[in-house]
Design a protein around this ligand. Structure first.
Ligand code: GLC
Length: 420
């Protein structure tokens, strides 16, 4: 029966009578991050597009860890896999993955790019090619327990010294089981973000300067790492050396920590219906060292279309939908994902939101990881940095010793500042 049917189809095809209908619907595969509720929001957004267009979507799940997700993407792309049409990529990956993505300038007119923040478009542009569309912006923030600071008559800490002092006072009062400060100390990209914040907010630079020279080995940077080492076993649990974003959020959201460093997404989850800390949390810029400014690391994600996609047109249509006004607003409302479309910040809902105000304040003082200057070598740079910091945090050598060794490794890798 089957045989007869396919024979008939082959004959019909040869005779030129079997053509693919012009409105044939396709299945577009999209790979999103699974951090927090990212996958769920990606799914509901993609399904809404499918419903609207009559196409289908297939969600490809990924690890929550940024480095593991990058590894997965690299193997799919190296194999020129057609299994994934759209990749959600980290703000630090354009230089690493650019060659495997389509130039969106061929599909999206300049007018339609104008509403996106120019610096984000710039970040996603590699050698003149727009390789991804900015989807949401992240920056590191300090979360604090309003109720506990009130109870102990403490202010929101402005400096790292104040944070240490307050964390100690509150945990002493609350007794065992309450942690002072939770953050991302595992050896992965999240630690790069945390450690860069400690260093930059202490006047220790940005690992690598804008001119490509390695700047990481300096007294302020070493002191910032040593200070964080001092938190472990005092205001932070030993286990923090294995925390990622969700690990830290788990402790904080269950009511077991006074302070947390995390991205904006944690705000929405901390305030959901069944969260034990609902309405007890505040958000502020991260603290700073003496004589330096508070900073947050710039993060965020974009949507890219694979060069190997069999459905580029539909894939571009889907990313335009996901990074469109309605969907960016829905994601902000449900998940606290900050939009990349400038006009949305004029929307009264966002304009009057106190958390958007904190976020925008931090955005004025963000620090970028050195991904543009190091291009495809960024992941190596970040891994080397993470190893050095994690060793120092684990008590294997001082901050200064580890950063001096890192300086040698990176200087060799930098080829005199010519990274590309
Ligand atoms: C968030 C940020 C991303 C960062 C990652 C680190 O997903 O958006 O930029 O690299 O966290 O874990």
């Amino acid at each position: 029966m089957l045989r007869a049917a396919s024979l008939f189809a082959a004959i019909a095809c040869l005779a030129g009578t079997l053509t693919v209908p012009a409105e044939a619907k396709v299945t577009v595969s999209i790979s999103c991050s699974s951090l927090g509720i990212e996958m769920e929001l990606c799914r509901t957004g993609a399904q809404a597009w499918a419903k609207k267009t009559g196409n289908e979507v297939n969600l490809v799940s990924t690890p929550a860890d940024a480095n593991e997700r990058l590894g997965l993407y690299q193997s799919l792309l190296a194999a020129h896999s057609t299994d994934v049409d759209i990749f959600q990529i980290d703000a630090v990956w354009p230089g690493i993955l650019a060659n495997d993505f389509l130039d969106l300038n061929q599909f999206i007119k300049p007018d339609d790019q104008d509403d996106y923040s120019p610096s984000l478009i710039q970040n996603d542009t590699v050698n003149g090619k727009l390789i991804a569309l900015p989807w949401f912006v992240d920056t590191g923030l300090l979360y604090y327990r309003k109720d506990l600071l009130d109870k102990y008559h403490r202010k929101v800490p402005q400096t790292w010294a104040e944070l240490e002092e307050t964390a100690k006072a509150v945990t002493a009062g609350e007794g065992s089981g309450m942690q002072g400060y939770v953050w991302q100390g595992r050896a992965y990209e999240g630690l790069t973000c945390n450690a860069l914040e400690w260093i930059a907010s202490s006047g220790g630079g940005t690992i690598i300067g804008k001119d490509g020279q390695v700047t990481v080995s300096n007294a302020q940077a070493a002191a910032a790492i040593d200070r964080a080492r001092g938190w472990i076993g005092t205001i932070s649990p030993e286990g923090v050396l294995n925390y990622d974003e969700e690990g830290a959020r788990g402790v904080f959201q269950s009511g077991k920590a006074v302070f947390m460093r995390n991205w904006p997404y944690a705000w929405a989850l901390a305030n959901t219906g069944d969260s034990p800390v609902k309405d007890k949390v505040g958000e502020a810029p991260l603290p700073h060292g003496d004589g330096a400014n508070s900073v947050g690391v710039l993060g965020g994600q974009s949507l890219a279309v694979s060069r190997y996609s069999k459905h580029p047109q539909e894939a571009v249509d889907l990313i335009l939908y996901l990074a469109g006004k309605d969907e960016e607003k829905r994601r902000w409302k449900k998940g606290a994902f900050n939009p990349t479309l400038k006009p949305l910040y004029e929307d009264p809902d966002l304009k009057n939101d106190p958390m958007v105000a904190v976020f925008s304040q931090v955005l004025n003082n963000v620090v970028a990881r050195p991904s543009t200057i190091t291009g495809r070598r960024y992941n190596q740079v970040s891994s080397d940095f993470v190893q050095a910091v994690h060793a120092a945090l684990s008590g294997q050598g001082s901050g200064a010793d580890n950063l001096a060794k890192l300086n040698d490794t990176l200087t060799q890798l930098s080829r005199g500042g010519h990274w590309q």
